[in-house]
Write a protein that binds this ligand. Structure first.
Ligand code: CP
Ligand code: NVA
Length: 307
């Protein structure tokens, strides 16, 4: 394995299955360490946010701090970016100061442009296309609860969005059989589908996309959902709720089709009564707080490996 030093993380497709395994193993090790090695001492991570965040910002800043580095929060609208300075120029300038450029943006192309013009590794903290840091935490959670990834079945129900796109790739790479249920018109991106199918062919995992949530959930080890209305789509809220409800809501009746010991997963923030009912989200088989915690452990692992 060539190693992860200096590498970008944009969708998760850029990492091999061995590299994903290494990040997960390193995360498990770092999760056990009270005082980890200060591998980021003297290093600065720029964190650009064009959209709100609770978990991503807080976990990344904490991760950098615990490893002895400095996380620099930069709000898009308080940068010259907000006044029209180009992405390329911003990348060239930040590159002279910092060791990693992490960014949460609207358009995935913004990240690709940052990566093109910066020598420093660029990390996607969520774009309209992908959310790979979330997937790393999700895979770690699945591993902790199910003991192994290969051969487990995960059902994703709802919007075939950024979270779903990276999750499909991550599952396919690690041998998790994934079944996605979404309405017509809300299927995962074609590019993600292609990348995930390529990875599945290599790992032997299966990838199914259906419009029937019952088909997807049946016999699964984990049921995953995300908001029906992602950030920036608020103007489509009513139309989306009409499309997704009631069929694509994860409630106790749909969840009961999964295996008896199945876990419920959600990247959060959750909308009780929309994509999931309160009894499932707050129920004993929900692992959403562990997923949120795992954002911290996987962020530490990722940073310590790419730097
Ligand atoms: N799951 C996630 O990315 O949450 P935030 O939007 O709070 O960062
Ligand atoms: N799909 C959601 C994920 C939030 C973490 C969004 O993009 O808003």
């Amino acid at each position: 394995m060539a190693g992860l030093r200096g590498r970008d993380l944009l969708s998760l497709a850029e990492f091999s299955s061995k590299e994903v395994d290494l990040i997960l193993k390193t995360s498990l090790m770092l999760a056990r360490q009270k005082r980890p090695r200060q591998s980021l001492r003297g290093r600065t991570i720029a964190m650009i946010f064009q959209k709100p965040s609770t978990r991503t910002r807080a976990s990344l800043e904490t991760a950098v701090n615990q490893l002895g580095g400095h996380g620099m929060y930069l709000s898009w609208n308080e940068m010259q970016l907000g006044r029209g300075e180009t992405i390329a120029d911003t990348a060239r300038v930040l590159d002279r100061y910092v060791d990693v450029i992490a960014a949460r943006v609207f358009a995935h192309a913004t990240l690709q442009e940052l990566a093109e013009h910066a020598k420093a590794p660029v990390v996607n903290l969520l774009s309209d296309g992908y959310h790979p840091c979330q997937t790393l935490a999700d895979l770690l959670t699945l591993l902790q609860y199910k003991r192994r990834l290969r051969g487990s079945k995960l059902a994703y129900v709802g919007d075939g969005n950024n979270v779903c796109n990276s999750l499909m790739i991550g599952c396919a790479k690690t041998g998790v059989n994934i079944s996605v249920a979404c309405p017509d018109g809300y299927r995962p991106a074609e590019e993600a589908d292609r990348l995930a199918r390529k990875a599945a062919a290599e790992s032997g995992a299966t990838l199914e996309i259906t419009d029937d949530p019952e088909v997807a959930v049946k016999g699964s080890d984990a049921v995953y959902t995300d908001t029906f209305v992602s950030m920036g789509m608020e103007n489509e809220k009513e139309k989306r709720l009409r499309t997704f409800l009631p069929m694509y809501q994860v409630n106790s009746s749909l969840f009961s089709l999964a295996k008896p010991g199945a876990i419920f997963m959600h990247c959060l923030p959750a909308h009780r009564g929309e994509e999931v009912t309160g009894d499932v989200l707050d129920g004993s088989r929900s692992v959403v707080w562990d997923q949120a915690e795992n954002r911290l452990h996987t962020a530490k692992a990722l940073l310590s490996l790419i730097l």
